[in-house]
Design a protein around this ligand. Structure first.
Ligand SMILES: [Zn+2]
Ligand SMILES: [Zn+2]
Length: 491
């Protein structure tokens, strides 16, 4: 019996040829097309019916194949898995666990760590609800035996300004080739005679279980209020989504750097990638689509972001999680204010998922179109001029950019000075305007909606502070000295 409807699923261009088995009736359970023995429990792409066992193999293999094809994760390397508690990143975690427990020849050889960013404050959760989902999440993370880090979105307000600059590239680059690294690693394992040992456990040197940025409890209420004011000042739900993504990325990046992870894995599925492609196109990020959605995202220089789940359909993931009891912790969506239109992100998601229901090739078609994009053109333009917020190469040929950039990036005291003038709305506006030339086209649009003086609601926060807080939120007016390259930080 079929538990799943047919689906033109597979995102990969290299998926198997269509073998359409047309069972005359649905009275008999179909045999699995792979082993021919088990009865099919679900139908994935183009009518291929798999039994559970074969589906599991297919799923696990796909993950390893994705990493094998791209060859950017070196053996023994520390990799930070960014988990949201959602289906895709939870399935990703399970793949890593599976991969580490396999027999030697097929085993994944990197050293995973986990990070979860608690965004409950801006997702409308009460402190009690936050505590609850945090505790749930922590139980799940703990059960893996991997080192994990819990961070709160509030902590993004304390990030050093260095988070806005790409790290020094090349920690992984001048090293051995992938092949050499693998051979060296195997050699080393043989010498240690621990080839079949416990691949899953991590060396104790990875440090404490609690996050470096994180206190186990919730942040101080004042911090939460500050974060909420920052979000409330944002004029559109679209900019709010972008702000959330940016702060989360910064926190993950900071943890990776501070804890010596050179790679971060995120769990975007094929469905998510397709939605992001169209969303970002609508947001004016056409030049950066390949970086924003590709397997490798190298914009941060020292920390590479990879997206190993991007060939899995959301539906596949849902079935995998259901069959193999992968636990998830679902966070509520960003709340919208009254009479507010949904964000471009939501609209695009609804549009694509709706279309997908009637035209099952929609997602994979969008995905495959995205595959044809190359990051090269944007990368080639200029390495020195990068957007302050998204770190992509500036796509606006500007006049004053060069003149302003050094001032704002190097002379932070000036910004702190502006930031201090909390009761002068003009100060916020001025410093805000000064940022515009440093941003790419899309980030300019977002940045302009991050809160203005006129936009303050009755009873809402003082508008002038909005802009000032933004800068603070973005780390530019932070009172902490940049710590990453000067003193500490393994990365
Ligand atoms: Zn089978
Ligand atoms: Zn940008």
């Amino acid at each position: 019996m079929c538990e799943a409807a047919g689906d033109d699923g597979g995102c990969g261009a290299d998926t198997a040829p269509a073998r359409r088995r047309r069972a005359p009736g649905r009275s008999h359970p179909r045999p699995c097309v792979k082993c021919g023995q088990g009865s099919a429990s679900l139908v994935i792409r183009l009518g291929d019916a798999f039994c559970r066992g074969c589906f599991r193999e297919y799923f696990v293999h796909k993950f390893r194949a994705m990493l094998g094809k791209n060859r950017v994760i070196f053996p023994g390397e520390k990799v930070l898995l960014a988990l949201s508690g959602g289906p895709a990143s939870s399935a990703m975690l399970r793949q890593v666990q599976e991969g580490l427990s396999r027999e030697t020849a097929k085993r994944l050889r990197f050293v995973p760590g986990l990070i979860y960013v608690d965004e409950g404050a801006v997702r409308g959760q009460s402190p009690a609800q936050r505590e609850q989902s945090l505790a749930l999440m922590e139980t799940l993370l703990q059960a893996t035996g991997f080192p994990y880090h819990l961070a709160h979105l509030e902590q993004a307000l304390e990030l050093p300004a260095s988070i806005l600059r790409p790290g020094p590239e090349g920690s992984g680059k001048p090293g051995p080739s992938y092949k050499e690294a693998v051979e060296g690693f195997i050699q080393q394992q043989r010498q240690e005679g621990d080839g079949d040992g416990d691949g899953g456990t991590s060396p104790p040197s990875l440090g404490t279980q609690a996050g470096d940025l994180a206190a186990p409890r919730l942040p101080a209420a004042a911090r939460t209020q500050e974060l909420l004011r920052l979000f409330e000042a944002v004029e559109t739900p679209t900019a709010r989504e972008e702000l959330l993504q940016m702060l989360r990325t910064h926190l993950i990046l900071q943890t990776a750097r501070a804890r010596g992870y050179a790679k971060v894995m995120t769990g975007e599925s094929c469905t998510r990638v397709a939605i992001k492609l169209l969303t970002n196109l609508a947001l004016g990020r056409g030049a950066f689509l390949a970086v924003d959605t590709g397997f490798v995202d190298n914009r941060h220089g020292d920390v590479m972001v990879v997206r190993p789940m991007r060939e899995y359909m959301a539906k596949e993931i849902a079935f995998y999680n259901h069959f193999f009891h992968v636990p998830t912790v679902i966070a509520p969506p960003l709340p919208t204010k009254r009479r507010e239109k949904p964000s471009i992100h939501r609209l695009m998601e609804n549009f694509l998922l709706g279309l997908q229901e009637d035209f099952p090739s929609t997602i994979s078609t969008v995905y495959r179109t995205g595959e044809k994009l190359s990051p090269a053109p944007a990368k080639a333009s200029s390495e020195s001029q990068r957007c302050l917020l998204c770190l992509c190469a500036l796509d606006i040929a500007g006049e004053e950019e060069l003149a302003l950039e050094p001032t704002l990036i190097t002379e932070e005291p000036e910004l702190v000075g502006n930031g201090c003038c909390q009761d002068t709305p003009a100060a916020g506006v001025e410093s805000k305007a000064a940022f515009i030339p440093l941003l790419c086209y899309s980030c300019r649009l977002t940045f302009k909606e991050l809160g203005t003086d006129e936009g303050a609601e009755p009873g809402g926060p003082a508008g002038g502070r909005g802009a000032q807080r933004e800068l603070k939120g973005l780390g530019t007016a932070g009172d902490r000295p940049p710590t990453l390259w000067g003193t500490g930080g393994a990365g």
